[in-house]
Write a protein that binds this ligand. Structure first.
Ligand SMILES: CCCC(=O)SCCNC(=O)CCNC(=O)[C@H](O)C(C)(C)COP(=O)(O)OP(=O)(O)OC[C@H]1O[C@@H](n2cnc3c(N)ncnc32)[C@H](O)[C@@H]1OP(=O)(O)O
Length: 305
């Protein structure tokens, strides 16, 4: 289908459209008008279900914190929050100095999935599919951001909230927190790309167990199956957010172009066939080879003992 669209664009000789197509691909969208997806139409529908917000705080250090903020509904995603999230992801895509991102929920809990009030109102299958495509596009772009991302899970990450955690590179869990794909209990399956990503994180056997059993994944189980990297222990050593920032700082130390290059080569290794991933790695290598950080390291004759 995608190839078909490419051919049509070429035949029309429409350079502008071709450029836009390439731009969409590179921005990481899964769905476009080729798939019957009209972004503006669904944005308008989603805006009809307001409530809550998605807050983005960028710091000079190159670290950003994205907060899902709707505490009165356990940070469930209203329609307008889905639109907000897409806008925040666009902002992050344009952030040249970005190195790390922490995704958290407000008031000590992560996210209880989609707002059930909006779900009820959008319960016809066409609207459901459009919402699903919108969220898949946004979460795919979130995962493909050229910065290292971490979901900081406190309290509960349920349904779409559990899916959101898989759109980050890493998950850190606070003691007592739970990740649960409750979809089966709602007569659903994942729709925001959660299954596709979960299989890549924990393998298909574990993913089948977590989705098939709607298993409550506590920090111990999450560590055991590789869903979480670490449990943020340690009363008195700062807030969970400070501890997550500390954890992430090991990986975001250094110049932004180098950290972004690291994320890009790993991302291409994760997503592309080997030959393409190798070619991408060569291109990314070209962006840092002979660059300021490389020249500085050579000049200082750095040793790695
Ligand atoms: C493809 C996406 C699929 C999905 O995400 S489907 C949605 C999956 N999520 C759910 O079903 C979560 C349902 N909620 C719950 O199980 C419980 O509310 C939850 C999160 C365990 C919290 O339990 P409690 O601590 O006892 O608190 P509570 O039930 O009194 O909740 C406090 C207020 O928050 C509301 N809330 C929680 N989750 C919500 C949601 N997803 N959509 C809309 N409202 C939600 C809840 O209704 C309550 O509001 P109110 O105080 O009664 O007005």
């Amino acid at each position: 289908m995608v190839l078909c669209a490419v051919r049509q664009h070429l035949l029309r000789g429409s350079r502008g459209a071709w450029a836009r197509f390439l731009q969409r691909q590179s921005r990481g969208c899964v769905y476009s008008s080729v798939h019957g997806f009209q972004q503006e139409e669904i944005r308008e529908k989603l805006q009809a279900f307001p409530g809550g917000s998605i807050e983005l705080l960028t710091q000079e250090s190159g670290l950003a914190v994205l907060t899902i903020n709707y505490p009165s509904r356990m940070n469930a995603f209203s329609g307008s929050m889905m639109v907000d999230l897409e806008e925040r992801v666009s902002q992050l895509e344009g952030w040249a100095d970005g190195k790390g991102l922490i995704v958290q929920g407000a008031s000590g809990t992560f996210c209880s999935g989609s707002d059930l009030n909006a779900v009820r109102a959008l319960s016809n299958s066409q609207d459901g599919m459009k919402m699903c495509m919108f969220m898949q596009n946004t979460l795919t772009r979130l995962l493909r951001l050229p910065m290292i991302s971490v979901a900081l899970v406190e309290g509960r990450a349920l349904g779409g909230g559990a899916e959101l955690t898989t759109a980050c590179d890493f998950r850190l869990m606070a003691p007592g927190s739970v990740i649960q794909f409750v979809h089966k209990h709602m007569g659903l399956v994942t729709g925001w790309g959660g299954a596709a990503r979960l299989v890549r994180i924990v393998g298909s056997q574990n993913a089948l167990k977590l989705l098939g059993g709607a298993v409550k994944v506590d920090p111990d189980l999450a560590l055991q199956i590789g869903l979480a990297e670490e449990v943020l222990q340690g009363e008195g050593t700062g807030t969970p957010l400070q501890r997550a920032e500390n954890w992430l700082s090991v990986y975001t130390k250094g110049p932004a172009p180098v950290i972004q290059a690291v994320k890009k080569v790993v991302l291409s290794g994760r997503e592309l066939p080997l030959s393409e991933a190798l070619r991408t790695e060569k291109d990314v290598f070209g962006t840092v080879w002979g660059g300021p950080a490389n020249m500085q390291a050579l000049a200082s004759k750095s040793k790695h003992r």
